[in-house]
Write a protein that binds this ligand. Structure first.
Ligand SMILES: [Fe+2]
Length: 199
């Protein structure tokens, strides 16, 4: 039997100290939560490998539960990487021209309409993510709500801008009812160049 490739992920590091409206304390806690997703993704893969060696069965509740957790842990890891990657402490300002601006404006009529829609998606009740996705077939961008980490991601679409709206992303800096203030802070810290590079 061939040796199976063992997936193992290493947590990424970011230097985001000094964001506008998002404290270093929030970032420290948030990086710790992210590292938990990396650890749990690796652990889950080990446990599933053991089940595969022992003989996997969909009727085994242990196998089924481990497999169902893949979407939660993997997306929890990957979405945080997109989120931290698309922020910078040296904000480069919302684009008024260029490829990303034109893609957003072309999909929504104008940039501000896209931004209002993205903020409104982020303001939806519940914990999850707001993601601006590119449809590679049509080059159109649409904003989506992801519940937890896994429900609502669109297969084959490319994440362009990712915003965490779980309460842990802002509760040390804002009250639970002040999510809109956090969303404005997020916009002030977006690395638009990174978002554009994902197109
Ligand atoms: Fe988070």
């Amino acid at each position: 039997m061939a040796t199976l490739a063992q997936e193992s992920y290493a947590p990424k590091k970011w230097n985001l100290s000094g964001l506008q409206g998002i404290s270093d304390q929030t970032l420290t806690v948030h990086f710790g939560l992210y590292e938990g997703y990396v650890k749990n993704t690796n652990l889950l893969n080990e446990q599933i490998q053991a089940k595969i060696k022992a003989g996997p069965s969909g009727a085994d509740p242990g196998f089924a539960e481990l497999t169902r957790r893949l979407g939660f842990e993997y997306n929890g890891m990957v979405l945080h990487e997109y989120y931290f990657d698309n922020m910078t402490a040296s904000g480069n300002g919302a684009p008024s021209s260029g490829k990303l601006h034109d893609a957003l404006a072309g999909s929504f009529g104008d940039f501000d309409t896209w931004k209002k829609d993205f903020a409104a998606v982020g303001g939806m009740r519940g914990v999850g993510w707001a993601i601006a996705y590119l449809d590679p077939k049509t080059s159109r961008i649409s904003n989506h709500w992801i519940t937890l980490h896994e429900d609502g991601n669109i297969a084959g679409y490319k994440p362009i801008l990712v915003m965490d709206v779980w309460e842990h992303a802002f509760l040390l800096d804002y009250k639970p009812a002040e999510r809109s203030k956090y969303i404005e802070a997020f916009f002030a810290n977006v690395d638009w160049k990174v978002a554009e590079s994902r197109l």
